[in-house]
Design a protein around this ligand. Structure first.
Ligand SMILES: Cc1cc2nc3c(=O)[nH]c(=O)nc-3n(C[C@H](O)[C@H](O)[C@H](O)COP(=O)(O)OP(=O)(O)OC[C@H]3O[C@@H](n4cnc5c(N)ncnc54)[C@H](O)[C@@H]3O)c2cc1C
Length: 432
């Protein structure tokens, strides 16, 4: 083990890369490092794999690199491609939207999969449980310009030396806070609570559904709430509802719905219409759930740079976004791919591409895309819940979901799904 091309100055006990966080982005990067034999250490604060959430949807922009890494074949096995979305306003059917053309246009459909399954697939690709140093909560990162290496410290007093530290530590990133501190900024919180709360769940196979409902999801609009249900394998659905928090209930620092149960969700949605419910209510779906999770919705307000010195950020640590368009994890995967390209280029040709050059390029490419996605997600959220300036929300929503032709949808998704980064030199062996 060891990167010989550029590690001549590396003291024993140091590695090229320390990744902070074994979430979706961190594990994707670790899986790439494993394939190109670039040694890395993954530090994860939890004692074992603990994926939050219920299900997750993966779009074409993330699937190409997952195919390159050999993960897509498992996503296909365990996941469900989206075929159609039924759109309802209460009980009124607006439309059946056909997404089968996505695969022809973008080479991949949108796949929904249980979140824990995806997390497990990424962990396997990264080398399994042994690839992660569990129970390692990072508390500090010292990137002293005069020192040859970056030092990452954990809460229990251990320290790890590396060429580059990657903060893949999610929405409440300690890495981001340390970067802010190192840049002399007082404000260390760049995310803000949107005033909305997610409730999501994952059902058992729904009884009474047949082949024709496989791959069919639902966009459900009610007067004061929305609910989306995504189709998973075996006619399971994972659902995500968003509720505006009542005035006075708004707590910027913690989830006001922690500990939500089926009855919590049913209080909000239970009696509303759902076309797949045995009695045509959401309650029928919620009562069939294996798991319910609630979380506050945050978004980025003040973007940190994606790298500073020898520390880089990826995923939610750099750009939290509302989940309305299901892109947070896809963006973490894109980030990991582009960051790996910068690292591989550096370790292959250290005299031509310095680490700083690589990180600068990563920052240039990803800062822009991250901001675009956060902005797009926020605007999309406004349209989805029919809250747009000048009272245009309801009409816009009606046009977009009720009448806009599918070719317009696909055209409008080109910038998002058509960008499919890959690892440029996945075949290299950096240990040689
Ligand atoms: C309800 C809901 C539904 C969503 N649906 C979708 C969807 O359909 N599609 C989609 O693309 N995205 C979706 N998202 C967004 C997506 O979940 C996130 O954007 C994605 O998980 C971000 O990945 P990440 O690797 O940046 O962070 P995470 O996956 O959050 O991983 C961060 C990791 O870092 C660890 N960590 C944190 N602090 C430390 C520390 N100090 N030391 C060590 N380890 C630490 C954490 O324990 C965690 O394992 C959804 C989000 C929510 C809340």
């Amino acid at each position: 083990m060891g990167v010989q091309r550029s590690d001549r100055s590396r003291p024993p006990g140091t590695v090229p890369v320390v990744i902070i966080g074994a979430g979706i982005g961190g594990l994707t990067l670790a899986a790439i490092c494993r394939q190109v034999k670039l040694p890395c250490i993954v530090l994860e604060r939890t004692e074992e794999l603990t994926p939050l959430g219920a299900g997750i949807s993966l779009a074409p922009n993330a699937l190409r690199v997952l195919e390159q890494l050999g993960i897509y074949q498992h996503v296909r096995k365990h996941g469900q491609p989206l075929r159609k979305m039924l759109v309802h306003y209460d009980t009124e059917r607006w439309r059946e939207m056909d997404f089968t053309g996505l695969e022809d246009k973008f080479d991949y459909p949108v796949y929904s999969i249980e979140r824990a399954t995806l997390h497990g697939l990424l962990l396997d690709a990264a080398g399994g449980k042994e690839a992660v140093t569990w129970g390692s909560k990072v508390t500090d990162i010292i990137d002293d310009k005069a020192a040859s290496h970056v030092v990452v410290r954990t809460a229990d007093g251990r320290q790890f030396s590396c060429d580059i530290a990657v903060g893949a530590d999610g929405i409440r990133s300690v890495t981001r806070r340390i970067l802010a501190r190192n840049s002399g900024l007082d404000s260390i919180n760049s995310i803000s609570f949107t005033g909305r709360v997610h409730m999501s769940g994952y059902t058992k196979p729904l009884q009474g559904l047949g082949r024709e409902q496989e791959g069919v999801g639902n966009w459900l609009f009610y007067d004061d709430a929305i609910l989306t249900t995504w189709p998973c394998k075996d006619n399971r659905q994972w659902y995500i509802g968003v509720k505006r928090v009542n005035v006075g209930e708004k707590e910027p620092s913690k989830s006001v719905w922690v500990g939500a149960t089926k009855s919590t969700v049913n209080e909000v949605y239970g009696d509303r219409f759902h076309p797949f419910g045995a009695n045509k209510t959401v309650r029928d779906i919620v009562d069939q759930s294996e798991r319910i999770i609630a979380s506050n919705v945050f978004e980025e307000k003040d973007f940190p740079h994606m790298s500073c010195g020898r520390v880089a950020l990826l995923g939610d640590a750099a750009h939290s976004m509302t989940s309305f368009f299901g892109q947070g994890a896809c963006q973490a995967i894109e980030d990991a791919t582009e960051l790996s390209n910068a690292l591989i280029r550096h370790y292959l040709f250290p005299s031509i591409t310095s680490l700083q050059d690589g990180l600068d390029r990563y920052t240039e490419v990803r800062d822009k895309r991250g901001r675009e996605l956060v902005s797009f997600s926020a605007k999309y959220a406004g349209m989805h819940v029919a809250r747009l300036p000048y009272g245009l929300g309801p009409l816009t929503r009606r046009i977009v979901y009720g009448w806009l032709p599918m070719w317009c949808w696909f055209w409008g998704l080109e910038w998002l799904y058509g960008y499919q980064p890959v690892v440029e030199d996945l075949g290299v062996d950096l240990s040689i």
